[in-house]
Write a protein that binds this ligand. Structure first.
Ligand SMILES: C[S@@+](CC[C@H](N)C(=O)[O-])C[C@H]1O[C@@H](n2cnc3c(N)ncnc32)[C@H](O)[C@@H]1O
Length: 304
């Protein structure tokens, strides 16, 4: 078992073997975290890595990597939906590969102050970037109406008891403020009873996705990848829940069908070739060492 404080990158060998980094090429690690993917990409060839993460804490890990790899590595603290502008500013017109490891890291999850965890008591926060995101879980839980709450739990957490949980939250908050992860988790646990998952898993996931607009961010970077990837370059994405995985699967599918060039009917093309017909999942050994990897699904497509 790994320490709760470190982030162990998921399917790191699989990521590199699909990406196939080459000398002098430039790759985007769009969800840098502690830099597990960036490090292995930089080690596997004399390429460059542009790393992006919206979380302040990543800057600390990025500095360490910068010291070792110098000008081959550069880090930008920002969100992926700003990438097009960021690339333009740096006069980068195209990339030779993209890796994305979605969601949050162990470090974010297990730090109670960040409010992502139902297992450690902390403030109801859940922002990946507290400088630029104003909406917290506490605001949502205490101020949104019952219908809005149940919609968030249902659409972003696929929570079957969304209506009952929303009702219970609204009733509780009439008497007391809900201002900690423990209070929220206890309210949900009185309604949900799941043998395999913590009862609050889906509601916490829903709040996190909603606050950080994670699905919108994913859609934007997928769309941009069609514009910025060089021919025969790959996008490798690791997802941890079905909402994300569905978006990736459908995006790859939609862009891998033959299209007719409207200017020239005979000229048929498709934007992507799907490399992984089925998602790649971690080995049993990896799941044993790193239980967080259990729900991971890796998909790869190649720009045509
Ligand atoms: C699962 S962790 C990645 C861990 C990383 N592969 C490693 O080895 O340490 C996901 C990271 O992506 C960042 N992130 C998620 N969505 C983002 C977005 N839209 N823009 C920028 N960073 C994002 C999170 O802050 C988090 O640090």
């Amino acid at each position: 078992m790994l320490s709760d404080l470190s982030h162990y990158p998921v399917m790191v060998n699989e990521v590199v073997s699909f990406l196939k980094p080459k000398d002098n090429n430039i790759y985007l690690d769009g969800t840098f975290g502690q830099g597990g993917y960036s490090k292995i990409i930089l080690e596997s060839s004399k390429c460059k890595v542009l790393a992006v993460d919206r979380d302040n804490e990543s800057e600390y890990y990025a500095e360490k990597i910068k010291k070792k790899y110098g000008s081959r590595f550069f880090f930008i603290k920002d969100k992926l939906s700003n990438l097009e502008v960021l690339l333009k500013k740096r006069k980068i017109n195209s990339l030779d590969g993209i890796v994305l490891d979605l969601g949050i890291s162990n470090t974010q999850l297990n730090n109670p102050v960040r409010g992502f965890s139902f297992s450690n008591d902390g403030p109801l926060d859940m922002r990946m970037d507290s400088e630029n995101i104003k909406l917290t879980a506490e605001i949502i839980i205490n101020e949104y109406d019952e219908k809005e709450l149940s919609n968030i739990f249902f659409y972003y957490g696929e929570e079957r008891n969304s209506k009952r949980i929303a009702k219970s939250i609204v009733s509780y908050r009439k008497k007391h403020k809900i201002n900690s992860t423990k209070i929220l988790s206890d309210i949900i646990s009185k309604i949900n009873n799941n043998k395999f998952k913590h009862p609050a898993t889906r509601v916490f996931q829903a709040l996190r996705i909603f606050i950080n607009e994670e699905l919108n961010e994913l859609e934007k970077i997928l769309e941009l990848s069609l514009k910025i990837l060089n021919k025969n370059s790959r996008i490798v994405v690791v997802a941890f829940h079905s909402l994300e995985d569905r978006i990736i699967k459908n995006f790859f599918k939609k862009n891998s069908v033959l299209q007719i060039n409207s200017l020239n009917n005979s000229n048929q093309y498709c934007d992507l070739k799907i490399i992984t017909k089925k998602p790649v999942i971690p080995t049993k050994d990896e799941v044993k060492i790193n239980p967080r990897s259990k729900s991971a699904k890796l998909r790869v497509a190649e720009k045509q």
